[in-house]
Design a protein around this ligand. Structure first.
Ligand code: C5P
Length: 206
C-alpha cells in the first residue's frame, strides 16, 4: 500500500504521515527534507539560486541515508527549499529517489506537495491535508519560538503565504490536490482528531 500525503507548509501532514507509517508499519519519507537538504547545501556553499545546473548537481549528489532532519528545520532553510523546488532540473534529480522509495515491496508513506500527482499517482490512498494560513502560521510560530528562533507571528504568516504562493504558482509540479485525494481540513482539529480522521480515510480506501 502506498499512502500519499500532500499539503501546504505547516498543515500537519508530517505528523499525520509519521502516525500512519507507525500504525501500519510502513517506511516513511518526508520529501520536503530532500528539498531542504538541497537548499541548505546551496546556502552553505554560496551557490547562486539562479544557477539551475549547479543546484541540480547538488540534488543529484544527495544521500538519503545521511540526511539530518534536525539540521534542516529552520525557516531560512525552508525558504531556500521552496526556491530550489521551483526548478525542474532539481525536481527531476529527486524524482527517481522518491519513486524508488514509494515502490518498495513493503509499501510506503510519503508526504510532500506532489506525491499524489507526480511521484505516486497510482497510490491507493491520497490525502490532501490543509488548514487556513492563520492556523498553520500559529502552529509554525509556536514550533519555531519553542526552538528559540527569534520570529514573530506576523513574520511566520507572511512566510507561509509566500511559500503557498510559490508552491502553488510554480509551473513544475505545483502544489495541487489530486482529483482522487480526500481533503482533510484540520483548521479546527487537534493533533489526535486529525490523526483519527486520517485513519478513517485510509480505512475507507482500503
Ligand atoms: O514540507 P516542507 O516545508 O519541509 O518543504 C519545504 C519546501 O520543499 C516546500 O516549500 C516546497 O517548496 C518543497 N517541496 C516540494 N515538493 C515536495 C516536498 C517539498 O516542492 N514533494
Amino acid at each position: 500500500m502506498i499512502i500519499a500525503i500532500d499539503g501546504p507548509a505547516a498543515s500537519g501532514k508530517g505528523t499525520i504521515a509519521r502516525s500512519l507509517a507507525a500504525h501500519f508499519g510502513l517506511p516513511h519519507l518526508d520529501t520536503g527534507l530532500l528539498y531542504r537538504a538541497v537548499g541548505a547545501k546551496a546556502l552553505a556553499d554560496h551557490v547562486d539560486f539562479e544557477d539551475e545546473a549547479a543546484l541540480a548537481q547538488l540534488a543529484g549528489a544527495l544521500n538519503l541515508a545521511a540526511l539530518d532532519p534536525e539540521a534542516l528545520k529552520s525557516g531560512a532553510v525552508g525558504e531556500a527549499a521552496s526556491r530550489v523546488a521551483v526548478l525542474p532540473q532539481v525536481r527531476a534529480k529527486l524524482l527517481t529517489l522518491q519513486q524508488d522509495f514509494a515502490c518498495q515491496p513493503s509499501g510506503a508513506v510519503l508526504d510532500g506537495r506532489d506525491i499524489g500527482t507526480v511521484i505516486a499517482p497510482e497510490a491507493e490512498v491520497k490525502i490532501f491535508v490543509t488548514a487556513t494560513p492563520e492556523a498553520r502560521a500559529e502552529r509554525r510560530y509556536r514550533e519555531l519560538a519553542g526552538r528559540g528562533e527569534p520570529v514573530t507571528y506576523e513574520q511566520v504568516l507572511a512566510d507561509i503565504l509566500r511559500r503557498d504562493e510559490r508552491d502553488s504558482g510554480r509551473a513544475s509540479a505545483p502544489l495541487i490536490r489530486a482529483a482522487d485525494a480526500v481533503v482533510l481540513d484540520n483548521t479546527a482539529l487537534g493533533r489526535d482528531a486529525s490523526i483519527a480522521r486520517a485513519l478513517e480515510i485510509v480505512a475507507a480506501r482500503t
